[in-house]
Design a protein around this ligand. Sequence first.
Ligand code: IVH
Length: 674
Amino acid sequence: MSPTATDPARRHAALVAEIRAHDHRYYVLDDPSVSDAEYDALLRELKGLEAAQPELATPDSPTRRVAGAPRSDLRTVPHVAPMMSLDNAYAEADLADFVRRVTEGLPAGARPRFIVEPKLDGGSVELVYREGRLVEGSTRGDGASGEEITHNLRTIRALPVTLPYHDPLTLRGEVVLYRRDLARLNAAREAAGEPPFANPRNAATGSVRLLDPREVARRPLRVLIWQVVEGPAFAPSHSAALDRLAALGLPTHRAHVVCDDLAAVTAAIRDIDARRPDYPYETDGAVVKVDDFRHQEVLGATSKFPRWAIAYKFQAERAATRLLAITVQVGRTGALTPVAELEPVRLAGTLVSRASLHNEDVIAGLDVRIGDLVEVEKAGEIIPQVVGVRADQRTGDERAFAMPERCPACETPVERREGEAALRCPNRRCPAVVKGAIEHYCRRFAMDIDSVGEALVDQLVARGLVADVADLYDLQAAAVAALDRMGAKSAENVIGAIRASRERPLERLLTGVGIEHVGQVAARQLAEAAGTLAQLLTWSPEEARERAAAIAGFGPKMAESVARFLHDPESRALLERLLAREVSRPQPAAVVAAGGPLAGASFCVTGVLSRKREDVHAAIRAAGGEVHDKVRKGTTYLVTGEKVGKSKTDAARKHGAEILTEAELDAKLAPPDA
Ligand code: IVH
């Protein structure tokens, strides 16, 4: 049969070409020219043709985006070349250093050009094309090898599965979700009773590692390419490579700026920062790269990152919104915290409706009034802050706010201690204080009783079943089973989890009872000094002060607080009741690693890391390093994860501590020559 105009093979080829062109317009150019219905009609026709003539359905047909059965696990594959991370710049001075280092690293007279582009906040992936076909995709993994996720990347319509380019091509880029796509995805998830994603980044990184490509296909993921590994074989420079990728139909961010000097680089970064809300994706910084691939080669890389690129991290994302009310929360220490109740506003990828106002001095300093348009900032912290007021936007209807004179939870007159900014409820039996203390005790980093959450604590306290943490150990299953949303089985679980918490080492108990100025690290040191709870209780006030003061890093305030806690009648009675209930086990002796790779260095660890913070502390100690809760004079390194508070990085800068990423810490823990 000779092909004619109505020949199915021809029609098939025409449909494939048309659908690909629409995919490109929609996903890559963000400029669709047909409606969803018209697009679906083309895809339906294609499926019909392939159903009638299965030999037409080649693996790269648009109908075959979702291919294969769900996986049971993901295979690890090596990267063509290591996927390095980027050195970070936090201030414009760091950029000046970078430009100087680059210039000095090149032959005299060379004038490097720079590319500034958005740093995309998603998950990085490697894509391998061979003979014009997408043959493998993988996650970054540990940089040397990652998880093979080709089946999932194939479902991303923005990504061509064939290319009009046949030489080996290895690309790297970011899997992202546009904010508007996340809003739609979350609405659908909530309608289906599934939890919404907190932000586009979590949605993207979680989705690419799913085992079932059919589920991935339902998520509106995109890929934006930011690197060609073959570099000079593909184009003379990074900017030329980005242009060539776009011409081949590959998705790039199309937001790079060519800069000739430091002034232009700085201006381009400021511009990207200002435009963040306009980009459809989340950006957490800008990346500056040396453009010319020959220059990149001359500059080379350290063991961790290329010398030809740097990431400039933006400080924070800000937004303006209406302050609807100020409510007051009472925490476990009795401190009253004013909380701004806001008209919901999108900030750094999440919807924010509450922000901290810290204390009455902050409210007075900002002169913030109810009804004001306020500036809210999320400087990496988990809790957003109100940082400013648009006083010029006032109508005159705004109302001043005064902190209450009585505790909102128990009506006791509040107090302000000398030298403190916080008002406190002095009533130790205040239900808000009691609940806060019990919730803190049960947290993961303390006694880790995860079946006792906020809702259960509310009921236990409201019904008078528990008045302090020692009462938890006297709870009867029948009483718990009688509470709302509890049954015999869940009550048994709760009782079992509480009982199991008795096996935790002393440091967890000391973290859980909340001694003022004693954080997780100090609680561990104190536990190591005492050994057991019984032993700790034998310390006289003087002995407690002396012993605590002898612990590395304990100042007089901490030592005094330990002595006070041990001899205050109420807190002492609590510890004695915990001892009578056999809560906590002897603290294992400190492992002293003499002469490890980190000997002589002191660390503070902050932010969300890939593993539990206490495991990071243990690894540092095992390598001979010291760990402290705070950055102080003499701290050598601040190790930062995600969501790092500005106060910690500011303190690091002030005290001259070097800021490390988790990967950089790992490199120090296991030096390559070890
Ligand atoms: S270039 C040799 N460009 O940031 C490393 N990275 O800290 C070259 N990222 O793992 C990286 N946007 O996931 C580059 N425009 C961009 C980027 C970008 C986001 C991520 C990437 C990388 C991490 C480096």
